[in-house]
Design a protein around this ligand. Structure first.
Ligand SMILES: NC(=O)c1ccc[n+]([C@@H]2O[C@H](COP(=O)([O-])OP(=O)(O)OC[C@H]3O[C@@H](n4cnc5c(N)ncnc54)[C@H](OP(=O)(O)O)[C@@H]3O)[C@@H](O)[C@H]2O)c1
Length: 310
């Protein structure tokens, strides 16, 4: 039987994914029609991004799963018409990209690279940075991305403490949970990385109270979601010197509005949601692999728990 796979995403996504996705479906031994337009009643699987024209999932009565090309699913998880299983994206290419972004920006601040790159003149100012082993890092979120980043930083000798919703055991990385665990992780962190999903529970995880727990001058790297941080509280903490620098990749509103104070703040670095893109070739294999599993009656991978919101 030939499957109908509806590609419900933007024109730009289609241009990028059409060839690798067709190749991955073939490679997985699936007979599939990959299309951007189909009778909803005949669709077996939906490949989805939030830019999708399909927002009402009720007519897709035969659909066995909605497969997100994005890791973050906050824009679809609460859709009341979605009764089909929802899988988020766990893509080796995306993970690799996130590790590089986090390690790169952590090293920028750890080594004080700006001192020499943004050189104020011919100033011989020999400040030697501490060793990584002397720079504790808190990794808020120890899922696919947080754990990979924590491992990479730990391999460079940074003492990393993980924090997640549930208790976790990760070799060489002490892991905390719960609100006491968050307070403990933050109170010793010179660098904080936020890799939590956006849910009602994680909104404003970094707020007036929790930012006050940080050692003076701590650095924040946020490649997770803008809503994880209270913007006003962060700006106040930056102005007070409590937070030394914030490198932000994600924002409550994207693109970040031109008049947002983050653009002009001397201790904020804005990157335009580029920390980690889904990579078409590896992600297409993940999608095709999950379709093959569903067809074979195996459990889907990376299933979203609607109750938790991620
Ligand atoms: N900037 C970018 O380019 C980019 C790219 C991809 C993804 N992202 C963002 O990164 C996020 C994380 O991705 P992922 O693949 O690592 O997700 P994931 O595997 O689902 O991991 C999420 C982690 O957050 C923890 N968590 C969730 N709710 C929590 C709570 N209330 N309190 C404490 N911890 C909580 C989870 O705890 P448990 O382990 O206990 O479940 C888990 O460790 C995505 O949701 C997305 O927003 C950004």
């Amino acid at each position: 039987m030939t499957l109908t796979v509806l590609f419900a995403a933007s024109d730009a996504n289609w241009a990028e994914y059409a060839a690798p996705l067709r190749a991955a479906l073939d490679e997985a031994g699936l007979s599939a029609r990959l299309t951007r337009d189909a009778d909803p009643a005949e669709v077996d699987f939906i490949v989805y991004t939030p830019s999708s024209p399909a927002q009402d999932f009720a007519p897709f009565t035969r659909c066995k799963a909605v497969l997100s090309l994005w890791a973050g699913v906050e824009r679809i998880v609460g859709n009341p018409t979605l009764t089909q299983p929802l899988c988020r994206m766990v893509d080796p290419g995306l993970t690799e990209g996130m590790v590089e972004w986090v390690v790169g920006h952590a090293l920028r601040h750890h080594l004080g690279m700006d001192r020499h790159i943004v050189n104020p003149g011919r100033v011989w100012d020999p400040v030697c940075p501490p060793l990584a082993r002397e720079r504790p890092i808190a990794m808020l979120g120890m899922g696919e991305l947080g754990t990979a980043c924590a491992r990479a930083l730990s391999a460079l000798n940074f003492p990393v403490t993980g924090w997640s919703r549930s208790p976790k055991t990760v070799d060489g990385i002490p892991c905390l949970h719960g609100s006491a665990g968050l307070d403990q992780a933050l109170s010793q962190a010179q660098i904080v990385v936020t890799l939590l999903p956006k849910t009602p529970e994680t909104e404003n995880t970094l707020n007036v109270r929790t930012l006050a727990l940080l050692p003076d001058g701590a650095v924040i790297l946020n490649p997770g979601r803008g809503a994880l941080i209270d913007d006003e509280a962060l700006l106040a903490a930056l102005d007070a010197g409590k937070v030394g620098h914030a490198t932000l990749d994600v924002f409550r509103m994207e693109p970040l509005p031109q008049d947002h104070p983050f653009w002009a703040h001397p201790r904020v670095t804005v990157t335009p949601h580029i920390a980690a893109d889904t990579r078409a070739y590896s992600a297409s294999r993940v999608i095709a692999g999950n379709i093959r599993r569903a067809v074979a009656g195996e459990a889907l991978l990376h299933l979203v728990d609607r109750g938790r919101g991620y």
